[in-house]
Design a protein around this ligand. Structure first.
Ligand code: HEM
Length: 155
């Protein structure tokens, strides 16, 4: 069983995070990653954070391909993102957008929706979830008390 736990962001804190273990990209493959992130952004643009992302289908395709390169690299795959962009401070990069906790929760909700049906091991899914759950806290840059994602997955 995958534990899709979601813990609240303490605004301004940078909790330590671990990048996903290689098992995730080994089981998913890079091709599978492009499919996963394509499905993810298709859900994102139907979600409460759709306004953050381009509505133009062509531009969205570019975002999908570009952002997937980062996720592949952070999972131990081809370093195509940094070859293209050099080192990018993701926290700084996201400061362009005002991201409250509520947006993080919605983003995680969309990611859970595409991870759950994936035909890979729970161990692989867990290592990826644990990374995005914690790293996404670093990107929250607007101090706004948050709900929902079903109010933090009422346990
Ligand atoms: C684990 C969490 C996340 C990771 C690893 C991540 C990663 C990325 C990457 C790699 C890019 C492309 C940067 C570039 O231009 O080179 C990006 C863009 C972006 N991210 Fe995130 N992100 C995360 C969470 C979020 C969250 C929670 C939001 C809030 C809604 C968000 C909103 C955006 C937006 C609006 C863009 C720009 C899209 C565009 O190019 O139009 N991200 N993100």
């Amino acid at each position: 069983m995958v534990d899709y736990k979601v813990t609240p962001t303490v605004f301004g804190q940078r909790p330590p995070f671990k990048t996903p273990d290689k098992i995730f990209i080994e089981e998913l493959t890079e091709e599978g990653f492009y499919k996963l992130m394509s499905d993810f952004y298709d859900i994102v643009i139907e979600s409460d954070i759709s306004n953050f992302f381009p509505q133009d289908p062509e531009m969205l395709e570019q975002v999908k391909k570009h952002n997937t390169k980062f996720f592949i690299e952070v999972c131990g795959g081809t370093p195509a993102y940094s070859e293209q962009m050099g080192h990018v401070d993701m926290v700084k990069m996201h400061e362009e957008f005002s991201i409250p906790e509520k947006a993080r929760l919605e983003w995680l909700g969309c990611m859970k929706e595409v991870l759950e049906p994936l035909d890979i091991s729970d161990e692989a899914k867990q290592t990826f979830w644990d990374y995005v759950e914690v790293f996404s806290k670093h990107l929250v840059n607007e101090d706004q008390k948050a709900s929902t994602y079903e109010d933090m997955v009422k346990v």
